[in-house]
Structures are given as structure tokens and as C-alpha cells.
Design a protein around this ligand. Structure first.
Ligand code: PMP
Length: 311
């Protein structure tokens, strides 16, 4: 069956090709939008598509909108319903990615947002891997610093803030690396261009605290919970210095897009023995089972799109 990808914009469901914005839109000119990225995983055996932790993403979208003073007239429940509607109308039966954006939709010149109208749109698109999750990533520490809370807050997913990530990713890619690790303005490790960072050192799983200019990642929270409750490994949120990446046993990135991606090299130094380590591998395999609904536990983390298949 041939289907058309459907988007939601200005309160209407439209084919993606017809869901267009005016060139004078404030958010396009000034980066004044807040967004999310949510994955949907197709489980072929169950003929089911699961949206992973959609509620948590929409709670964070509301938080980002508060920071940017963008009005978002839909509740978390409304946003879940709109997501289900889009995926059903598009009839996706594959892994997908949902992209909601709450944005300043007024038309005109001038960076001020007070009194400028707000808009909301949501679209879904098929999506495979964002970064390689099997080979192990080769990363550099970026020469670009992560923006700080008093510049463009990384806690909020602001569209304009991703110029910072784009600069780092461009530098990494054109220098032959898979990803960039970004330091905060004060020189401590923050995160990847669009991923949170963990390292394993002396038997602990360590990640920068949310006060070190990182996004409060949902995958980060998921993995901390799994590590604490299932791996029995101490999880520590503390500042990480750059050279700890060179002496760590394991380093990995995580995020909705990146999922769980081991790092095998930082600044041309092997991480540990230069292969994806056991803690990373254990968390990755558990994560993939959970998001696909292969493991049935932690059901509240998965929002099923379709009626359960009749058996
Ligand atoms: N940091 C940044 C800067 C990101 O863009 C993302 C992706 N949303 C992450 C971390 C990971 O966050 P999450 O696990 O919630 O997708």
C-alpha cells in the first residue's frame, strides 16, 4: 500500500510536501524554535511500532519552551496523541524518528520575540543509525566549546543552539573523525555534538552532572537507571576532565539518535584496549532489547502505535 508521510502543522494534518513555512518565519531567521527527537522502533515479530519514552521527550519540550518563552498549547497527552495520529496516518512499519518543533512563527525582521506569534509542527521520517553503533567511534575533542547556560542553555533543545553542534561536527568530520566531544567554556568535558557522554573508570560509570552544560538526556537517564538497577555498577555524576578520557577503560556516547555508541579512540589515543568494552556492550544490548520491546519489562517506556496484532 502506497502511503503519504503526514505532518501536523498549525493544527492540521497535511502531507509533508504541503507542510511548508513562510521565508520570513522568525524561527528560520533567528533560530527561535525548541525541538525534540523521538525514536519509534518497529518490532516485526509483533507488527508493532514503539515510541520510546515519548512522554519524557514532550515534558522536556515543554521545559525548553518555558526557557525560550514559546507558548506550547498542547499538553504532554495531546502531543502523544498527535504523534500516534501522524505515525498511523503515515502507516509506518519501520524504524522512524519524530521531530516536534515549537517555534516563533511570526513574520518580520527583528530578533525580539515578545508579542511574536508561536507555532507548532510535528513530522516523522524513516531513520536508521545516526552514528555507527558496532564498529566503535573515533572521536576528537573539539576546538569549539559547548555554549554555556548563560549564552544558549544546552538544557533547552533550541534550534539555534545547534549551530554550536554543527560547527563541532563539521570540524570532526572534515578532520576524519566520527564525532566531536565538546568541552564546556571552563574546559571540562560536556558531551558529544548531540549525545551525552559516559566513561567507565576504576569500576564506576561516570557522567558529567546536568550542571556542567549538557542536555538532560533521556537516554542518559535510561542508562543510569539500567546500570544502577541491573548491572550493579556505581553510577557517579561528577565533572570529567579531558585527560580522564585518555585514561578511561571505556567511553561511550548515548542519545536518541546515537543510541549507545562505544568510542574506541579519543584524540588518536585508544580508549582502554581500543575495543568496545563490556559495560558499554551490556548497556547497548539491553537498550536495544528494551526500545524494540523484545524485553517486555519497563512497559511504561514504550508507547505502542498500533492495536496489538490478533493471534
Ligand atoms: N546532548 C545533546 C546536545 C543532544 O542534542 C542530544 C539528543 N537529543 C543528547 C544529548 C541526548 O539526549 P536524548 O538522550 O534525550 O536524546
Amino acid at each position: 500500500m502506497e502511503t503519504t508521510a503526514i505532518a501536523f502543522i498549525d493544527g492540521r494534518y497535511l502531507p509533508v510536501a504541503e507542510a511548508n513555512l513562510n521565508v520570513m518565519t522568525h524561527a528560520l531567521n533567528y533560530g527561535t524554535g525548541v525541538f525534540e527527537g523521538i525514536r519509534g522502533y518497529w518490532n516485526a515479530a509483533e507488527e508493532q511500532l514503539f515510541l520510546f519514552r515519548a512522554r519524557e521527550h514532550f515534558v522536556r519540550l515543554h521545559e525548553s519552551a518555558r526557557i525560550m518563552a514559546i507558548a506550547l498549547p498542547y499538553s504532554v497527552d495531546d502531543l502523544c496523541q498527535i504523534s500516534l495520529e501522524i505515525v498511523r496516518r503515515s502507516a509506518y512499519r519501520q524504524d522512524i524518528y519524530l521531530r516536534p518543533i515549537a517555534y516563533k512563527s511570526g513574520l518580520g525582521i527583528g530578533v525580539g520575540t515578545a508579542g511574536v506569534a508561536d507555532g507548532f509542527l510535528l513530522f516523522a521520517t524513516p531513520m536508521g543509525n545516526y552514528v555507527d553503533t558496532e564498529r566503535g567511534l573515533r572521536c576528537c575533542v573539539s576546538s569549539w566549546r559547548r555554549t554555556s547556560d548563560n549564552a544558549i542553555p544546552p538544557r533547552a533543545k533550541v534550534t539555534g543552539g545547534y549551530a554550536n553542534a554543527a560547527l563541532a561536527k563539521y570540524e570532526a568530520a572534515t578532520n576524519g573523525y566520527d564525532e566531536a566531544i565538546m568541552l564546556a567554556e571552563n574546559g571540562v568535558v560536556a558531551e558529544g555534538s548531540a549525545e551525552n557522554l559516559f566513561m567507565v573508570r576504576r569500576g564506576s560509570l561516570i557522567t558529567p552532572p546536568i550542571s556542567d552544560n549538557v542536555l538532560e538526556g533521556i537516554t542518559r537517564a535510561t542508562l543510569m537507571e539500567l546500570a544502577r538497577t541491573e548491572l550493579g555498577i556505581p553510577v557517579v555524576e561528577r565533572t570529567i576532565q579531558r585527560t580522564e578520557l585518555y585514561t578511561a577503560d571505556e567511553v561511550f556516547l548515548c542519545g536518541t539518535g546515537a543510541q549507545v555508541a562505544g568510542i574506541v579512540e579519543v584524540d588518536r589515543r585508544p580508549v582502554g584496549v581500543g575495543r568496545i568494552g563490556p559495560v558499554t556492550a551490556a548497556l547497548q544490548s539491553r537498550y536495544f532489547d528494551l526500545v524494540h520491546g523484545v524485553s517486555r519489562d519497563r512497559a511504561p517506556w514504550r508507547l505502542a502505535v498500533y492495536e496489538p496484532a490478533r493471534v
